[in-house]
Design a protein around this ligand. Sequence first.
Ligand code: 3PG
Length: 419
Amino acid sequence: MPYPGEEYFTLDDFDLRGKTVLLRVDINSPLDPESGRILDDHRIKSHIDTIRDLGDTRLIIVAHQSRPGKNDYTSLEPHAERLSQLLRKEVEYVDGLFEKHALKKIREMRRGDILLLENARFFAEETYLKGESDWEKHENTHIVKKLSQEIDFFVHDAFAAAHRAQPTLVGFSSVVPCMAGRVMESELKNMGKAFTMDRSPKLAFLGGMKADDSIEVAEHMLSGGKIDKILTGGVTANIFLMASGHDLGEGNREFLEDELPGYEKIVEDAEELLEKWPDRIKLPKDVVLNEEGERNGIPLDALPSDHPIFDIGLDTIMEYRKEIEDASLVVLNGPAGAFEIDDFSIGTTEIFKAIAHSNAYSIIGGGHSTAVLENLDLEDEIDHISTGGGSCINFLAGKKLSGVKALNRSYREFKKESI
Ligand code: 3PG
């Protein structure tokens, strides 16, 4: 169990044959903004076992893609196509969630049919409610009220979104029995092992683009004693560098304005963290600029620059490697830089290699990590590759995930009905 005494149902606790099941997955994938083509299907593939195990049901799938305002915020039609190819079976897509035409499709389904509903975030209710404490508000959304009339069971397999309290993720817990799918079950079991490590130091590498999530989680990791030291990379490192008084230059500030509107507040939060834990948060010593496509490593005192920062520098890689070698647990979320471009992938590659070759219990999360590990042929060297980014680090920071709380709640509510 992830949290002692807090249990949840799995697919093995009910006879689901012939039932109508709503399955929440996380198939949020990198897309080509021009063509809408799916660039990495690891998350989609991860749910195949759960879908196969639900083969004898009328299976309705609900999911999201990206966030409003982003250029990969699209419909789930390409996802339905990819799922059909992977399953070698038709997954029908409907451009609706709970409107008349979507409900009609649901009612026409036969045993064995699979239907993928529209991107749940196209519907304002999905992202409007913040926080999970008010369960009734989630239950009272149209999404939950309408869909719950059509289903017998709800399966939560979206571990990667389990830190979000949104109606399609937490709203069904007292309405129908909710259970963990195969991805959720395996994530909770494998990640739970991190809590059994009693030797220090325990390290987290926080990189990637979602610096807002990283800064929030850093506070929990350090104050809760779950992690001893944090190494920073990617945009998260840039925020900490600004918080420590470095001027990164106009180009980097503009990038942050576009990607993380209101980033100044995140910098302030990072400042507080640095004040509290100056020795437990590691910042890059040097960075790599993208100078018209060329890699140029510079020390911090050569900043500001008009060129954007695209990677961590060689001195930083050496220092981080040493830290990783000595650790008992290493958790990584997000790349160290713009790893998609060969010249700027060195930091990410070297950090991944250091983790793979260390004796630490290793957990790697974040959207693109599986693809990077596959390219480097290092998948077998990592103890657990998580489908989650934010959810993975939140879990390891000791925060109870909203989605898991909803599963616990459903277990208490429907305990007598399981087989
Ligand atoms: C993810 O990619 O981390 C999950 O799908 C959650 O997405 P979000 O950060 O946009 O809520």
